[in-house]
Design a binder for this molecule. Structure first.
Ligand code: NCD
Length: 313
């Protein structure tokens, strides 16, 4: 893809070469991401960080990435304190904000909202979650983490656990995994929140093996990576949510007795009850490293979008 000034709406925009280019750059940015090396390549640039749905990690990770590269961040959080609370449309909000900044990151509850924003904006727009749709930069950092932890993605068996219907991170990650050879995705979900059928068909058409099960122990048995997700409470009626909360809990006993030795445990976070805290200090619990990786992956993306890759010394 042509990174230069393009909006990032879906993982379908990336091929394997793009991902490898981005990961190579992300590797070089680790010390900048940690604040050990100073970099001012985005000096003078402003990021419009627009989070109309709840977020801690993604919002701060994008902001940290931009600021570690010397840029400045102008944010808005929640609908309540924005002009949308007064009835302004998203298109009008973007029509204004695009003149205030050099890049927009947007999270919004509506499917397709990031695409709409990109059409209205003259600056690049990055989708940080459009309702149950996609979250492409999360998929990039997830894939980067699998590579960092395991040194390979080809041939991997990845078990995805939890809310596979509304979980946008699994939608984006599953699509991105089809770029690799011999990948098996094991979908472990309660009946109500299975992976959407059109997506399963798309994954299979792209030569990915997809296995669907409701049984956690069966599903995780052969996995190299277990990617656990939260049931997306905000997309359910309370009574419906009560029926499916806490269906799967991965605890230390399960990891050590049911999973392959050396399995990598991931989670986009925030977690609720689906991974017990006694898993956290296992060496293969990668979810906090995964969140840290987000900063360097997003830094690499910003440099590519602004055509500054070659300026990095
Ligand atoms: C996820 C999201 O917002 O989709 N969080 C994140 O960005 N790391 C997962 C979730 O909210 O469950």
């Amino acid at each position: 893809m042509e990174f230069d000034r393009s909006s990032i709406i879906s993982v379908n925009q990336f091929d394997r070469t793009d991902i490898e280019r981005l990961f190579a750059l992300a590797h070089r940015l680790r010390e900048v991401a940690r604040g050990h090396v100073l970099c001012k390549l985005l000096e003078g640039k402003i990021l419009g960080n627009l989070f109309f749905e709840a977020s801690t990690r993604s919002r701060m990770s994008f902001a940290t990435a931009f600021m570690r590269l010397g840029g400045q961040v102008n944010s808005t959080t929640g609908v309540q304190f924005s002009s949308m609370a007064k009835g302004e449309t998203l298109a009008d909000t973007i029509g204004v904000i695009q003149s205030f900044c050099d890049c927009i990151v947007i999270r919004h509850a509506d499917l397709g909202s990031a695409e709409l924003a990109a059409r209205r904006s003259r600056v690049p727009v990055i989708n940080a979650g459009d309702g149950p749709g996609e979250h492409p930069t999360q998929a990039l950092l997830d894939l980067f983490t699998i590579f960092e932890e395991r040194q390979t993605i080809d041939g991997s068996t990845v078990a995805m656990v939890g809310d596979l219907k509304y979980g946008r991170t699994v939608h984006s990650l599953a699509k991105m995994l089809t770029l690799y050879q011999g990948v098996t995705i094991v979908c472990i979900a309660p009946e109500e929140v299975q992976m959407p059928e059109p997506l399963v068909a798309e994954l299979r058409a792209k030569n990915c093996t997809v296995i669907q099960t409701r049984h956690l122990d069966d599903g995780i048995r052969h996995a190299d990576v277990v990617y656990v997700t939260r049931i997306q409470e905000e997309r359910f009626e309370p009574a419906q949510f009560a029926q499916i909360r806490d269906v799967y809990v991965l605890d230390r006993a399960k990891v050590t007795t049911k999973c392959k030795p050396g399995v990598t445990i991931m989670h986009p976070l925030p977690r609720t009850t689906e991974i017990a805290t006694d898993v956290d200090d296992l060496p293969n619990a990668a979810y906090f490293r995964q969140a840290e990786n987000g900063v360097m992956v997003r830094m690499a993306l910003f440099l590519l979008l602004f055509g500054l890759e070659k300026k990095l010394v």
